[in-house]
Design a protein around this ligand. Structure first.
Ligand code: NAP
Ligand code: MG
Length: 476
């Protein structure tokens, strides 16, 4: 298999750098797949300057229909290369191949959605009181920087790149160090599909080393970031100096609330994968479970039975549901959380141990006996650990749900429509799923309340976030 290893700058996939290249490790074998170039401050400047030129001279003035054609062509190229992209994603982060295939397809669909959205996103004419003619335009911003994490590398990159390009911006994409491969291929495939040189550039490399240069570059107008709350806060502070636009998709500690009147079997059998999918490395993981006390024991019993059936295995096998964690370091972080729960009050019903095989595997852990003051209950673990607590009263439960600084997603299980609506409104969270766990739809806004973020990916809301709103008034 061939790996893209060079920076993709100004339509050219030959960019090397003075910096030491970064190895990409296969977490299932703990062996290096390849080494990928790490961009320097100079590469950042070359890329951003080139992007600005393409913006001014070509892309912002492309007729909307022509822009749509290019985005549809990119989607087509992604579908044609779907298997290659899925393999790259699975090999570099240990994602089960069937999940990788779904995510690559979602990335292509995201390009199709925004290609179609270009002709359906428009301004208003406004009857201002002094007469004349007043109307609004949605204009592109210029150069947008997209910084993405390693847990869903490809889809999250497309959630930012596709709407930003659709709106007429040029984009610098910075993938996470662990997962640069599909981002680099996206740059190459988009150029082959007809995207003008410089409109999308991909800078692999260390965020700590080049992040500030990207955010501070005077030609960069917006930073769209998905990752940890601490890095998001740093970026926002840096961007604040020049009033740059930011959108941030950050961490989560999402609740999963089960009322006694719910379809218990469905709730209990579907909930394990709502937290353990992607080996728990999911900002939407439903890691805090609130179960009404009258059904608590029954629920826990079915939940644990279902958890034991989950196939933890080689990500290359199509039946595998959970692969290894992304790195040995990430696994140690998770094991550290589990250590804090080894007290007489806590009970680990299953998992939390390493299977006896090579690779950064960790069996999914079900934890009872947590108090709301426990670190493992309050903080994002970002691994396969769930805490389940009983509740007696809706009001008290809701105040515990909302006591978190996060507010990304939530699930509510009930067959009482009034309760579903009442609780959906009260949960402080950007996304609520009733009687299911689906948080993400290409067509609907996705993002968080409170420290889970700012701004929205996906849907038409994302397009708003990549444009400036201009009002034009023509006197009579
Ligand atoms: P991270 O450390 O914040 O990294 C995210 C991205 O930021 C990576 O590309 C990283 O590059 C880069 N970065 C690191 N330091 C930077 C800096 N100083 N300036 C600019 N960029 C910098 O997060 P992660 O560990 O990769 O991902 C896990 C976190 O992401 C979790 O907290 C999770 O909840 C969150 N997440 C949120 C969502 C959401 O939609 N809300 C989705 C997925 C993940 P390097 O890899 O080179 O360090
Ligand atoms: Mg990181």
């Amino acid at each position: 298999m061939q790996f893209p290893t060079k920076l993709f700058i100004n339509g050219n996939s030959s960019g090397t750098s003075d910096r030491k290249p970064i190895p990409v490790i296969n977490p299932a074998t703990e062996e290096a797949l390849c080494e990928v170039a790490s961009a320097s401050e100079r590469d950042v400047d070359t890329a951003v300057t080139g992007a600005q030129k393409t913006f001014e001279n070509i892309w912002r003035d492309y007729a909307p229909g022509k822009r749509a054609d290019v985005l549809f062509a990119i989607a087509k190229a992604l579908r044609e290369h779907a298997e290659e992209l899925s393999q790259l994603e699975s090999l570099s982060i240990g994602k089960p191949i069937s999940d990788a295939r779904d995510e690559i397809a979602m990335g292509a669909r995201t390009f199709e959605y925004y290609a179609g959205a270009i002709s359906k996103f428009y301004g208003q004419t406004i009857p201002v009181s002094r007469g004349g003619f007043d109307f609004t335009l949605r204009q592109p911003m210029g150069v947008v920087v997209a910084i993405v994490p390693w847990n869903f590398p490809f889809p999250i990159a497309t959630w930012k790149v596709a709407p930003a390009l659709a709106a007429g911006n040029c984009v610098i994409l910075k993938p996470a160090s662990q997962s640069p491969l599909t981002a680099l291929r996206l740059g190459e495939l988009a150029a082959q599909a007809g995207l003008p040189d410089g409109a999308l550039q991909v800078l692999s490399g260390s965020g700590q080393q080049m992040g500030d240069a990207l955010v501070k570059h005077p030609l960069v107008r917006k930073i769209s970031f998905t990752g940890s709350t601490s890095v998001g806060s740093h970026i926002m502070q840096l961007a604040g100096r020049d009033i740059k636009r930011v959108s941030l998709e950050l961490g989560g500690k999402s609740p999963n609330i089960v009322f006694a009147d719910a379809d218990l079997e469905k709730a209990a059998t579907s909930s394990p994968m709502s937290v353990f999918a992607n080996t728990g490395q999911d900002c939407c993981a439903r890691s805090r479970m609130f179960v009404e006390r009258t059904v608590y024991e029954k629920f826990v019993e079915i939940f644990v039975q279902s958890t034991r059936k989950i196939i933890v295995d080689d990500p290359a096998k199509p039946e595998t549901q959970i692969g290894p964690m992304v790195s040995g370091q990430q696994r140690e972080v998770v094991e550290g959380f589990l250590q804090t729960a080894k007290t007489p009050r806590h009970k680990i019903l299953c998992g939390g141990d390493r299977p006896s095989r090579k690779g950064y595997y960790l069996n999914p852990a079900v934890l009872l006996g947590c108090e709301t003051t426990d670190r493992v209950w309050q903080e994002e673990v970002f691994g396969p650990v769930v805490c389940i607590r009983p509740f007696d009263n809706e009001e008290t439960m809701l105040s515990e749900v909302n006591a978190s600084p996060y507010g990304l997603s939530a699930s509510i299980w009930t067959n009482d429509l009034k309760r579903a609506l009442r609780v959906s409104k009260r949960v402080e969270s950007g996304v609520v799923s009733v009687n299911c766990h689906n948080s993400v739809h290409v067509e609907a806004p996705f993002g968080g309340f409170k420290q889970s973020g700012l701004g929205r990916d996906l849907g038409m809301a994302a397009l708003e976030g990549y444009t400036e709103l201009k009002n034009i008034y023509i006197a009579e």
